[in-house]
Design a protein around this ligand. Structure first.
Ligand code: PEP
Length: 261
């Protein structure tokens, strides 16, 4: 059975005090939700708060991920951070190729690919984001866009690595808009990605790949999205900043894994 992974992408929100308070509030209550159900929970705060949030959740089932990283190991790259720095700050995962990075910071498929490979060599699990814009969906090129993002993003990535990573399908038109993909739309693209990965690698690898859905997941729609057989968790933006909402989403994920262990 694939791991189930729910990650909160805090984006450029919180300050030190509110970040620690949110992490502590989640830590205090996460265990009581569906005890025994296996869901990996990750918090992805901004860089300055990573080490403090990691300290706040240390010893709990909650892990920490970064929202980005640079593709070099060290050197004269002012403002950037390396995989090793993230590991030393307590991260196990890193989000790469988020649509906001692609849109505002020119993270191309080639850059995302270099970062994915660097994450692996640096000891981090990459969460590679893919997804089409509204215009791309409406002009019928969703599958072509996803194919390019997956093929180019995974160039040179081994089957063994793919089996341990996460791909997040995040339709750009659903991110931060309140407009969620229907469960059927999410499932359809997830199956498409899994089948594509099977043709690039093999069925066993495709079946092991963890596929998150992201885009306006909230407490009231999480259960129906998580009920889809190829949805293996969620990448949650806005709703992960509110402890109550995020706990309800985690609870929906735990209920799903308890129902289909
Ligand atoms: C995201 O940024 O990854 C995201 C899914 O945001 P939201 O949940 O706010 O749409």
């Amino acid at each position: 059975m694939r791991p189930y992974v729910v990650a909160g992408n805090w984006k450029m929100n919180t300050d030190m005090d509110s970040a620690i308070a949110l992490a502590e509030a989640l830590r205090a209550r996460v265990d009581a939700l569906e005890p025994g159900a296996q869901v990996q929970v990750l918090l992805c705060p901004p860089y300055p708060m990573l080490a403090s949030v990691a300290a706040a959740v240390k010893g709990s089932p909650i892990g920490v991920g970064a929202q980005n990283m640079y593709l070099e190991d060290s050197g004269a790259y002012t403002g950037e951070v390396s995989a090793a720095m993230l590991v030393s700050a307590g991260c196990s995962h890193v989000i790469l190729g988020h649509s906001e990075r692609r849109q505002y910071f020119d993270d191309s498929n080639a850059v995302v690919n270099a970062k994915v490979k660097k994450a692996f060599t640096g000891g981090l699990v990459p969460i590679m984001c893919v997804g089409e814009t509204l215009e791309q969906r409406e002009t019928g090129v969703t599958e072509a866009v996803i194919t390019m993002q997956i093929r180019e993003g995974l160039e040179g990535v081994t089957a063994e690595q793919v089996r341990t990573m996460v791909v997040a399908y995040e339709p750009v038109w659903a991110i931060g808009t309140g407009r969620t993909a229907t469960p059927e739309q999410a499932q359809e693209v997830h199956v498409y990605i899994r089948d594509l990965v099977a043709t690039m690698y093999d069925r066993e690898t495709a079946d092991a790949l963890v596929l998150q859905y992201g885009g306006s997941v909230k407490a009231d729609n999480a259960a129906e999205l998580f009920a889809q057989p190829d949805v293996d968790g969620g990448l949650i933006g806005g709703a992960s900043l509110k402890a109550e909402q995020f706990l309800e989403i985690i609870s929906a994920a735990k209920a799903r894994t308890a129902a289909h262990p």
